[in-house]
Design a protein around this ligand. Sequence first.
Ligand code: IMP
Length: 197
Amino acid sequence: MRLVLASRNENKLRELRRVLPEWGIELLGARDEPVEDGATFLDNARIKARHGQVQAARDVWIAGEDSGIEVTAIGGRPGVESARWAEDGVARLLTELDGVADRRARYVCELVVLAPNGSELHARGVLEGEIAVGPRGTEGFGYDPIFIPGGMALTVAELGNGWKAEHSHRAQAARALADMLAETVVASDDGREPGAG
Ligand code: IMP
């Protein structure tokens, strides 16, 4: 199965490939990036997928992904602004939570897949956790050095990429979507696989 990811984010590509090696995921490498002005992760994932679909080959199945972190003590921010919130998001978050007892946070990922016939599938993954008092660990990306998943003592950057492939918000969304996609492909009229043709 082949699927094209409408993104330039190599970290997301690496993680999605590790969760779903059988998809043979490729990056679209679009000429430009869409304006991510949606109010939700789902809106932005759809914006990316639709923008990619215009530039991709006609028969390709295309995926859009939007993700971020919601921090309870600051009203769910940065949320959809996670990538643009600050030059150094980790430093800003630690500053905003300095002395704050409520460290709860969650990672959210929305994945949208558009079929060549225009139909849409989407899935959401959520990973609950809390913000550490300082960065620890070297794997992953973004907020991983300060994100401690619920029930764990280590940050995601310490737990590592293998752990992320099993448990992350992105892994959860990708696996749910893979299940839906398998059913869709079996049930589709022409029976062609994603990316075929
Ligand atoms: P997007 O490219 O607009 O979806 O931005 C996603 C942003 O959310 C990233 O740049 C990171 O700051 C943050 N983020 C999303 N997923 C993760 C993750 O798995 N680990 C750490 N940070 C993440």
